[in-house]
Write a protein that binds this ligand. Structure first.
Ligand SMILES: [Zn+2]
Ligand SMILES: [Zn+2]
Length: 168
């Protein structure tokens, strides 16, 4: 009887260890794969791959939109000697090759994001949170072209409002 309970305990322990080990392995693989994707993405835009650039991509991937000050704050944790000027230089280079896009927000510092399909931005006036919204702007563009007779090259749409977190 004693032997039986002992072995069940051992078995449970073993299963737990096994699951934990696999979980760790999965996380490692996931992280490795993300890194490989970032490297390929940078190379596709003819950008030299550096640890700093990989970190910028990772942060923007996780946070969506960030201004240079926030990027600097986060990056200092990994690269304490990194200067703000270096981040600006990197961001500039990455925008030049269209790997990153600058999002200009009225009365606020520009934020940057990984270049995606064209979309509108909704900004919270209380906490500055930003979300992407895919919009069909075809009819809007037609109307603008008709009324202005301009050839429209670029559209940047920003909505201001209060996010669900701040409303509650
Ligand atoms: Zn908010
Ligand atoms: Zn966006």
């Amino acid at each position: 009887m004693l032997l039986k309970t002992f072995s069940v305990k051992r078995l449970v322990q073993f299963v737990k260890l096994f699951l934990w080990h696999n979980l760790l392995k999965c996380e490692k693989i996931l992280h490795k794969r993300e890194k490989m994707d970032y490297i390929a993405a940078l190379q596709n835009h003819s950008l030299k791959v550096t640890p700093q650039r990989l970190e910028i991509v990772d942060l923007l991937y996780k946070h969506g939109h960030m201004n240079v000050d926030d990027l600097y704050k986060f990056m200092q944790q990994k690269f304490p000697s990194l200067s703000l000027a270096t981040i600006y230089k990197n961001i500039h280079k990455m925008c030049e090759t269209l790997f990153l896009s600058e999002v200009k927000i009225p009365n606020q510092k520009s934020v940057y994001e990984l270049t995606k399909e064209q979309h509108a931005h909704v900004v919270c006036t209380k906490c500055n949170a930003i979300v992407d919204v895919n919009l069909n702007t075809t009819s809007l563009l037609d109307e603008v072209t008709q009324k202005s007779h301009y050839h429209i090259e670029e559209t940047a749409i920003v909505f201001n409002g209060i996010c669900p977190n701040c409303i509650n």
